[in-house]
Design a protein around this ligand. Structure first.
Ligand SMILES: Nc1ncnc2c1ncn2[C@@H]1O[C@H](COP(=O)(O)OP(=O)(O)OP(=O)(O)O)[C@@H](O)[C@H]1O
Length: 262
């Protein structure tokens, strides 16, 4: 079911990252790697540092120490736009969609970085701009079919149930044609059926688009079935790293999870 058997070379390497907010050590000396095509989960109880880690990878936070290597290029900090241009897209725990805009238009916003024609040509919809728009629309339609949301193409996103909004957010990120997709608690707040759907879509994205996926989650159960390898954080430190089976049997991980309500 998982992509482990075809995981390739290391595409992303996090090296000795530490991050502090005043006196709070959000991350302490975290290192791990992500291989091409794999589904890599970062799990941990509340406040473990998962979101902080994701925000260091996608350029929102500047780590106090450490570096990140993406496709062979090492950087201690890049801004969010540079990271996006290198092929890293993300979804958000608190949805970042335009609620009054249609599903189609929301997903189209994910193409913005890829639109090359100038604004005047776009506004007039002439020549190359028109051809370019048709190409982008075709790609967006492919995503809409893939995510099985054809029936809601013209529906304002704010009118959709939460699980479908999360799917649109995934579509917006996919529209960027990312090499790496960062998913911030993609199953949070969902019912069982919505969680199953989202798991299926994550596996399909990984399989059909070949996208490398890094997802964070605090519920250990849901990620164990779909992940190739799992990093476990607790109080900002890495306490486990390995296959789901290895992580499940790790004494420190068991202790961290038994000590919380998860
Ligand atoms: N912007 C910030 N300012 C100050 N402290 C912060 C900030 N962001 C995170 N922290 C602190 O850093 C630590 C790690 O938080 P983080 O949100 O990364 O954890 P998390 O594992 O994502 O938690 P959750 O599962 O609850 O989302 C926590 O102690 C948190 O209070």
């Amino acid at each position: 079911m998982s992509a482990g058997s075809r995981a390739g070379d290391v595409i992303l390497e996090v090296s000795n990252i530490s991050l502090r907010f005043g006196g709070v050590k959000a991350l302490t000396d975290i290192s791990f790697d992500v291989r091409e095509h794999e589904i890599r989960a970062i799990i941990g109880p509340n406040g473990a540092g998962k979101s902080s880690m994701l925000n260091c990878i996608n350029g929102v936070y500047v780590p106090n120490e450490g570096s990140i290597t993406f496709q062979g290029k090492t950087f201690s900090h890049m801004n969010s736009r540079q990271v996006a241009e290198m092929g890293v897209a993300r979804t958000f725990q608190n949805l970042a969609l335009f609620k009054g805009m249609s599903v189609l238009d929301n997903i189209m916003t994910g193409r913005n970085l890829k639109i090359k024609s100038n604004l005047l040509l776009q506004a007039l919809r002439i020549g190359p701009a028109e051809r370019e728009e048709i190409r982008h629309r075709q790609f967006v339609e492919r995503i809409i079919d893939f995510l099985e949301i054809q029936a809601y193409r013209k529906t304002p996103v704010g009118q959709l149930p939460y699980g479908l909004q999360k799917r649109v957010d995934l579509g917006r990120a996919l529209a960027m044609e990312p090499r790496i997709l960062l998913l911030d608690e993609p199953m949070a707040g969902m019912n069982v059926e919505e969680k199953q759907d989202m798991c299926r879509f994550i596996l399909d994205v990984n399989d059909e688009f070949g996208t490398t996926i890094v997802l964070i989650e605090h519920d250990m159960g849901v990620v164990m079935d779909i992940s190739d390898r799992v990093v476990v954080l607790d109080y900002g430190k890495k306490i486990g790293d390995g296959t789901p089976q290895e992580v499940r049997n790790n004494e420190d991980v068991i202790r961290a999870y038994l000590g919380t309500s998860h």
